[in-house]
Design a protein around this ligand. Structure first.
Ligand code: NAD
Ligand code: ISE
Length: 338
């Protein structure tokens, strides 16, 4: 049984606690912590877990074998570094950190430790539809990929959501996904700014992100975070010999009043339900088997942060911004992305 401590008991923290408590096997949530002490206490009491005042105390708790970081992005670094210092495996929700410099510090700490302790929550790599799309691409059926069209649509976002988060918090999923899907790095980005939706208030919504890949393909991402009708994630690869796209995921079609309708997921919890289950179960099983983390790494978190920083710069300047990664440390050399 792996004892997990959860830092951050907000939306995804509570959802991961639910799955670790009622869906997954070989895991127990033994401790929780949040700067919102009342929420942490309510959640901790519900599942019989210890409630710590700080994340650092939780990491030091001997009843915690592994740490799950689900607090706000800018707070991730301190907890990931604390877990590495304690030699405990740590699963950090995306983004690994909100700046390139913070990700570099995590890489330095992990490489000094000498083996992988960190996994980042880029769950699309565990989604059946994305995996099926990658299998078609890798089989060669549609030939060399030339373009990928993506849409990342949220029905709405909370009031704390700011302009740059369209890149750093939302499109960062596509940034990680295309590196993994095409097996190559992103070399430059641009952001186009269309007419503003009246549903977004003061927020510039939507945005259009363009990414140039090392092999010459171009990826576009529509980022709409006030689309109202539901949570809609789209992706289509255009190859030299054909195209392949994520399918419609609903198990039913409703025919009524002269129309055919399929339900749209309400949010990311519903759309990626199984992907989150699989990523966390594999993480837990790996810890139980004493195998170093093999999912998205600190290097992937760093690469996503560099592209995301470039995206923010492109958004503010209107310019094409090149992406340059540092040399890859040996610890991550065996990973799929070159
Ligand atoms: P949220 O606001 O619902 O919850 C975040 C929690 O962190 C809050 O309870 C807040 O009080 C707590 N917190 C803030 N600062 C803290 C600190 N210094 N120490 C401890 N706790 C602190 O946000 P959320 O939607 O649950 O997002 C949390 C993280 O998960 C973010 O990094 C977000 O990007 C990520 N996330 C990932 C996915 C995904 O699809 N993989 C989906 C949603 C959120
Ligand atoms: C949120 O943090 C997530 O990670 C969701 O998957 C994404 O769709 C949403 O835009 C983010 O704010």
């Amino acid at each position: 049984m792996i004892n997990v401590g959860v830092i951050g008991t907000g939306m995804i923290g509570q959802d991961h606690i639910r799955r670790m408590t009622t869906v997954l096997s070989g895991v127990k949530v033994t401790a929780v912590s949040d700067v919102d002490a009342a929420t942490a206490r309510t959640v901790g009491e519900r599942i019989g877990a210890a409630v710590h005042t700080t994340g650092q105390e939780l990491v030091a708790d001997p009843s915690v074998d592994a740490v799950l970081v689900c607090s706000w992005g800018p707070t991730h670094e301190q907890y990931v570094l604390a877990a590495i210092a304690a030699g405990k495996p740590v699963f950090c929700e995306k983004p690994l950190a909100t700046t390139t410099e913070a990700c570099r510090r995590i890489i330095e700490a992990e490489t000094a430790y000498g083996s992988r302790l960190v996994q980042v929550g880029y769950m699309r790599r565990y989604d059946n539809a994305y995996r099926a799309l990658k299998a078609v691409l890798d089989s060669g059926q549609i030939g060399t990929p030339l373009l990928m069209h993506c849409a990342h649509r949220n029905p709405s976002v909370p009031p704390v959501y700011e302009k740059d988060m369209a890149i750093t918090d939302t499109a960062v999923h596509e940034i990680d996904m295309v590196r993994w899907m095409l097996g190559e790095e992103i070399t430059a980005v641009r952001v186009l700014v269309p007419k503003r939706s009246r549903n977004g208030g003061a927020l510039q919504d939507p945005l259009f992100l363009l990414m140039e890949m090392a092999g010459g393909a171009i990826v576009d991402v529509e980022i709409s975070v006030n689309i109202r009708y539901g949570y809609d994630i789209r992706g289509e690869i255009v190859g030299e010999d054909g195209t392949a796209a994520l399918g419609e995921l609903s198990p039913i079609l409703v025919r009524r009043a002269g129309q055919v309708a399929t339900p749209v997921p309400a949010d990311w919890r519903e759309r990626f339900l199984r992907a989150y289950d699989i990523e966390l179960q594999e993480w837990i099983d790996g810890i139980a088997a004493e195998i170093p983390a093999s999912g998205p790494s600190s290097w992937d978190g760093y690469a996503a942060a560099v592209v995301s920083d470039a995206g923010v710069s492109a958004l503010h300047t209107g310019q094409r911004v090149p992406v340059a990664l540092m040399d890859k440390p040996k610890l991550y050399a065996a990973e799929v992305i070159a």
